[in-house]
Design a protein around this ligand. Sequence first.
Ligand code: BGC
Length: 368
Amino acid sequence: MNSEQITKITPKSFGKTAAGEEVKYFELKNKHGMVAEVANYGATLLRLLVPDDAGSTTNIVLGFDNMAQYQKESPYFGSTVGRVANRIAKGEFELDSKRYKLAVNNGPNTLHGGIKGFDKQIWEAKPFDRGLESGLDRGLERGVVFNYISDDMEEGFPGKMSVTVTYTLTDDDELRIDYEAMTDKPTPINLTNHSYFNLAGAGSSDILSHELTIYADKYTPVDDTLIPVGTLEAVSNTSMDFKTATAIGARIDQVKGGYDHNYAINQNVSAAPKQVSNTRVGLAAEVKEPKSGRRLMMYTTEPGVQFYSGNFLDGSAVGNGGAYKKHYGFCLEAQHFPDSVHQPAFPNSILRPGDTYRQTTIYQILQK
Ligand code: BGC
């Protein structure tokens, strides 16, 4: 083993927050030259670089190259979102006969954990390299374990919660995100990653020609404030149907505001399940960019996925790939269904003391 070739994952500076906190990021690199950069601000995926035909790399997630923009204008680019990703109607809920009032930040509702959610917090960070640990030169997998302690009543949520988010980049070109949380009082929880992908390159074009498949027969229809009405409806014969690969732009004009909907992932299909230690993740969605042939496969343990077609991007945010205009990125946010606290028929999103919340999602990039 040539020790010269061993590169330890060391933090690099990403500047400071407005309050003067140091922000660090880590560069994870696999044997094919794929690179994931993750920062301790919001446990955020800053860039995901994949090798391209020109012998260089292409960044396929939207982001900024400085802290100031992440703090001022980021619509959750690459962030870890919590304590409850997506919406809670009217910013309040009842749990075990107690009423809780949350920070309201999206019309009448709470979105993505409130005004200062997990995406805006500084996390503890510990990098690891399983190649180094096992004496191999950068083999197997490497990553960063992020930890955050969310105080009791933070943004109105009960319970002190310890949260761990682990990003792992494998030599199979997977970016795996494992979440774990424990609480000392019952509380709702729904953690996700909010990366905006553009497989042609961040900032290069819109994503309307990307071909999307979502392994879901049903979705949760919403009201005018994007709160589920409580039913599950079939996607067949509607513009919501992505059961077979369809260009995102093919019917987007028929969907008011564009796609911003939660799909209930089919649980009975064993479409290429993956086993990660003792967790089984199912294939939830895949996306192909026709020009490059690049594909994104998304696997998750979660019952739902929010497909968001970047409807609110308007070109005002100029990031590391140029101006991010309408539909310049899409999100596939693995999650429990929105507003689950008000819908007893939806899969349970309450975490109780003594139990451990776990979520695993894998984004795998296939080149051609
Ligand atoms: C929501 C969108 C929202 C976006 C950015 C998505 O998860 O569903 O409605 O605009 O996040 O905040």
